[in-house]
Design a protein around this ligand. Structure first.
Ligand SMILES: [Zn+2]
Length: 686
């Protein structure tokens, strides 16, 4: 047994000495022998682990299982129709193929990307590539062997009709007809269709930005009989975590996007002063700005009587406000003309938690019970005037004007009537081309949307849904002040996705540690689960998690899954010790984490690295990757030890521990300790 250079450093000599007293590894063996670790799922509860709710598998500190709060029912009406059979034909036969890729004469960028991906992966799996041709004149026959990509003449000659409206810009259909396969769909959908086909043919799937599976040395592949129609449940799926947020290659393949891909250039979130720059307008129109100058005054300091008349008696828009709306409209025209590729135009407050308090704003705030009303009435007016212009200049273009429910504008102008939320009046019902970007930064994303303690958050969403038919939702999924401490949203993820689909959210930014290059505490798994659930909210989360461990960790999967469930159980226990659900909590405290917890987790991770040894010769590339990946998972527990228990180390142990930690985080690019704090600075101050 090779006991060589131990990764977590000499520190382990000390801590393992402690853990050997309680026989840590023995304890795990015992539990494994019972078919389960104490922290794990299933058999003792009679539940098979693929249970009903995400928290089915979490035990309380006293060892009893708790059911998840009322689980959110599956959604209906999504499009994930998948018929996958086989034919009598061969796509690859003895390592060769007669198939060719056919593209249109003028393929789209994504058609080209799809063809390139198919050839790259086919080549890796079989050693063979398909010949490609661009030819709209190729005619369909029952015996012709083509993979048709995009809106080709071949597709047309086969008489196949694609329901482009149903699948939208990112959905697709994959159809087998005769001996040919057809992939077609919306713009980007064609590329996603290619990824789907490659998964079916070669088990090609990305689990992290760096790790994917693909079959190797494939000689024979039966032509699958496919009838697939897919549309993502959320149109815009912004990547939560840094590994894909900062890596477009992995992000594309996990079917997520960057937030810069949705907003019209020059009108991102907090755009008020981009739409109406003070430098341009303030001298001539000081009334457009709040008295403190930090926000717009969205009523333009109009007279209260004028406002009352406008709202109650269908009166004219106050003159001062009219000029302001016109200026915003002209700016929107310029922005949409300059950037025809993006369709969400934000008209939202600056990122300071203040609002205009002039008389007319105050009148509106009192009338509707929220500052949001001033923004809604303003943006409705802008959006209404933009509609004919968009129709004339960009027919078919679907633009959303975006406002924020954030800080002062978090509350909706709605009231509860007989258990249902309704807008206060018609003036604060947003037009169909206006969306609300919900960003509830103080909310509890741990307890779940249906938890009794989260009734206020749920009502905030439901009350906004009474005022708006379209949502973008920005949620938060890490401690922004402490990136290396796990945020326990695991039990809430699946329900939240289903709920957000039901209120008609089309854009999600679940913001985790987006600027941390390499994460720890299984945030990569979270990233994967979110990628999957954002595409199809009804997927079984436990199955996704299990599949992740099996695919990523091969023979180490049991050990790694145990480490994961240990973490889940540990975090769950913190809620019984007073830790709240906000991202602002100080969640790393001795009263929550024992030293033993970190020590046990590190011992398990070390045994996973021992188990990986067998791949050193059989699959050295995988070995190198997986050891680093497991090392990445040690960073969270090591950081916890360092922060809470370094005082219990001898001086020598502490120095060795810090040196090893420093080397590993540097090599593995765990480059931040918080949103604004670099690892380099942290290390320098240790
Ligand atoms: Zn005002």
């Amino acid at each position: 047994m090779k006991k060589k250079i131990r990764i977590f450093s000499l520190m382990l000599m000390a801590i393992l000495a402690v853990s050997s007293v309680v026989g840590c590894s023995k304890k795990d063996d015992d539990n494994a022998g019972a078919g389960n670790s104490s922290t794990n799922n299933s058999s003792t509860s009679g539940d098979n682990g693929n249970g009903d709710g995400p928290d089915k598998n979490v035990v309380t500190p006293d060892g009893t299982y708790v059911d998840h709060v009322e689980p959110e029912p599956d959604v209906v009406g999504t499009i994930h129709e998948r018929s996958i059979g086989s034919t009598e034909y061969k796509l690859f036969n003895g390592g060769a193929t007669e198939y060719k890729i056919v593209l249109a004469n003028n393929p789209t960028m994504y058609d080209g990307k799809a063809a390139a991906e198919i050839n790259m992966v086919a080549s890796e799996a079989t050693g063979v590539q398909f010949l490609s041709l661009k030819d709209d004149s190729v005619a369909y026959s029952d015996t012709a062997k083509y993979i048709s990509i995009g809106d080709t003449g071949y597709l047309e000659s086969a008489g196949i009709t694609i329901d482009y409206d149903a699948v939208g810009p990112q959905g697709y259909e994959i159809i087998t007809k005769g001996q040919s396969i057809f992939i077609a769909g919306g713009d980007k959908g064609v590329f996603y269709g290619a990824l789907d086909l490659l998964d079916i043919l070669f088990n090609y799937e990305y689990f992290t930005a760096a790790y994917y599976t693909v079959d190797k040395n494939v000689k024979d592949v039966v032509l699958p009989d496919l009838d697939i129609k897919e549309k993502p449940d959320f149109l815009n799926r912004i990547s939560p975590y840094g590994e894909t947020f900062m890596n477009s290659y992995g992000r594309d393949r996990m079917r997520m996007i960057h937030d810069s891909e949705i907003f019209v250039q020059g009108a991102k979130t907090h755009s008020a002063f981009d739409i109406l720059p003070p430098a341009t307008w303030k001298e001539a129109y000081p009334e457009w700005y709040s008295n403190d100058g930090q926000q717009l005054c969205l009523t333009a300091h109009s007279k209260v009587e004028e406002y009352e008349a406008m709202l109650d008696n269908d009166g004219a828009i106050p003159e001062k406000l009219e000029a302001m709306i016109q200026a915003a409209v002209e700016k929107c025209k310029d922005l949409l003309t300059a950037d025809p590729d993006h369709d969400i135009l934000s008209i939202s407050q600056m990122d300071v938690n203040v609002w205009c308090g002039c008389d007319s704003c105050t009148y509106l705030i009192e009338r509707y019970g929220t500052p949001a009303a001033t923004q809604m009435i303003f943006i409705n007016n802008v959006a209404e005037r933009m509609e004919p212009w968009i129709e004339e200049n960009f027919p078919g273009r679907e633009v959303f004007f975006d406002m924020l429910a954030y800080h002062k504008s978090e509350k909706a102008p709605a009231k509860e009537v007989d258990g249902k939320w309704v807008a206060i009046d018609e003036h604060v019902k947003l037009r169909p081309n206006v969306q609300v970007f919900m960003a509830l930064i103080g909310a509890d994303y741990i307890s779940g949307i249906n938890a009794p303690t989260n009734i206020a958050m749920k009502n905030t969403f439901l009350s906004w849904a009474a005022c708006s038919g379209n949502f973008a939702v920005w949620t938060y999924d890490c401690y922004f002040g402490n990136y290396l401490v796990p945020y326990d949203s695991w039990g809430a993820m699946s329900d939240m996705m289903k709920f957000l689909y039901k209120i008609n959210a089309h854009t999600l930014f679940i913001q985790g540690n987006y600027n941390l290059r390499t994460s720890t505490n299984f945030d990569s798994l979270k990233n994967y689960v979110y990628a999957k659930l954002q595409w199809n909210v009804n997927l079984d989360m436990q199955e996704l998690i299990h599949n992740y461990f099996e695919s990523m960790y091969r023979d180490m999967s049991d050990t790694m899954e145990t480490v994961y469930w240990n973490m889940r159980t540990e975090l769950f226990s913190h809620s019984f010790k007073g830790r709240g659900g906000s991202i602002w909590e100080n969640a790393l405290q001795e009263k929550y984490y024992s030293k033993q917890y970190f020590v046990d987790q590190l011992a398990l991770l070390e045994s996973a690295i021992d188990e990986a040894e067998k791949y050193k010769t059989t699959d050295p590339t995988y070995y190198a990757w997986v050891v680093d990946d497991i090392l990445g998972e040690t960073i969270g527990p090591r950081y916890g030890l360092l922060e809470l228990y370094k005082g219990t180390f001898s001086e020598y142990e502490r120095a060795a521990f810090i040196e090893a930690f420093s080397n590993d985080v540097t090599r593995l690019t765990v480059d931040r300790v918080s949103e604004g704090g670099s690892m380099a600075d942290y290390l320098a101050n240790l």
